[in-house]
Design a protein. Structure first.
Length: 47
């Protein structure tokens, strides 16, 4: 998240922290599984 103004930003992140959960950021080709905490690209290349 990039804030380019002087205004304070507030956001809400929701999740259960279950090991099977997968976080996906398609805009920057990144994903992360709670089970290992690694950040990788679509095909598994480390981010």
């Amino acid at each position: 998240m990039i804030i380019r103004s002087g205004v304070t930003a507030v956001y809400l992140e929701v999740g259960s922290r279950v090991p099977a959960d997968l976080t996906t950021r398609s805009d920057i080709d990144m994903r992360s599984a709670n089970s290992d905490g690694r950040f990788v690209q679509k095909y598994g290349t480390p981010y």
